[in-house]
Write a protein that binds this ligand. Structure first.
Ligand SMILES: Nc1nc2c(ncn2[C@@H]2O[C@H](COP(=O)(O)OP(=O)(O)OP(=O)(O)O)[C@@H](O)[C@H]2O)c(=O)[nH]1
Ligand SMILES: [Mg+2]
Length: 309
């Protein structure tokens, strides 16, 4: 079905690859790498939102390796770049789901980051794995947010629990969890309203939703997933820090990787926040979600082909 149409990690990285990594690869692949070349490489990586700290660390590692003359032959420095990029990323881990009992996933993030769409994709993904899924329309703040989730729930073929507009999102999460328990649902995914760290009441509300979920089921939420919009680059990092201060964030989902040349943000999130990247959003369709794969990610940035994807 949608699987064969889904965009792969490599395809979704086309913009980042073409704008930055293919140029970095060409620079390190040259027979001579000068001081000016290293400066150019730094600029490109920063442009791709790899982040200043991570860029300086990476270039320093590469420069050490390039001191060995033999590295400049036969594209060995290119291979070294690939290895150093891969070393920045932790080995991917699967979602923490309780196979013996119901699991609850809480999805959080700023306005428009891609939470609702990603929830639908995640529901679809989990269904393809043979799990039953129930959605909780916990965004009672924005008018029509529940309707939006409802449309996605139908596309994903899963049920949804809604509350009144303007109602208590904690109560919606609670109702969904109890409905899920009654129906032996495998996974309940809770949507939340978009919020900024400056909105004190909304951040406090998020802490309350988290508390309600943790009291309702042992070990819940099994994951609190921060949905980050990859197109916002380094802003995503400061957003993540604020959310991490409010609740225990267990992983990140990088949405809209296909729409940006700033895919280097994934390295910053992994290295500077120490946050596992669980999934990548690779498009607007329900199948456009891939579990994060560090090897495929680096291969997608480094692969050489004429079409660019
Ligand atoms: N290209 C692309 N677009 C995406 C992706 N994920 C989400 N979007 C788009 O991003 C926009 C916002 O998505 P939503 O899912 O509504 O975001 P949200 O975080 O729920 O927004 P609020 O509820 O308003 O905070 C929509 O136009 C989506 O189609 C992705 O992986 N790729
Ligand atoms: Mg939403």
């Amino acid at each position: 079905m949608t699987l064969k149409l889904a965009r792969s990690i490599g395809e979704s990285l086309a913009r980042t690859r073409n704008a930055v990594f293919s140029r970095v690869a060409a620079l390190v692949g040259a027979s001579e790498v000068t001081e000016a070349t290293w400066g150019e490489i730094e600029d490109l990586l920063i442009q791709a939102d790899v982040g200043v700290d991570t860029t300086l660390y990476l270039v320093d590692r590469l420069r050490r390796r390039a001191r060995d003359e033999a590295m400049l032959q036969e594209g060995k420095l290119r291979q070294a770049l690939r290895e150093e990029l891969r070393a920045l990323l932790p080995d991917p881990r699967p979602l923490h789901l309780d196979d013996a009992a119901m699991s609850v996933l809480l999805m959080i993030g700023v306005n428009g980051s891609g939470k609702t769409t990603s929830i639908a994709k995640l529901a679809h993904h989990l269904r393809l794995e043979g799990r039953t899924v129930l959605l909780a329309a916990g965004d009672t703040f924005r008018a029509a947010a529940s309707d939006q989730l409802d449309v996605w729930a139908q596309r994903a073929g899963v049920d949804i629990v809604r509350g009144p507009d303007g109602g208590d999102p904690g109560a919606v999460a609670f109702d969904a969890i109890h409905s899920g328990l009654a129906h032996h649902t495998d996974v309940v995914i809770v949507d939340t309203a978009g919020r900024l760290h400056t909105q004190f009441n909304l951040m406090a509300e998020l802490q309350k939703i988290h508390r309600v979920i943790s009291k309702a089921v042992d070990g819940a939420p099994h994951e609190t997933i921060l949905v980050l919009d990859a197109t916002t680059g380094q802003n995503a990092l400061s957003q993540a820090r604020h959310f991490q201060e409010a609740v225990e964030v267990t992983g990140a989902l990088m949405a809209k990787l296909d729409s940006t040349a700033k895919g280097g943000i994934v390295f910053s999130v992994a290295r500077e926040l120490g946050l596992p990247v669980l999934f990548l959003g690779t498009g607007e369709r329900i199948g456009d979600l891939v579990p994060f794969d560090a090897d495929a990610f680096v291969d997608g940035l480094m692969k050489q082909d004429i079409q660019g994807d």
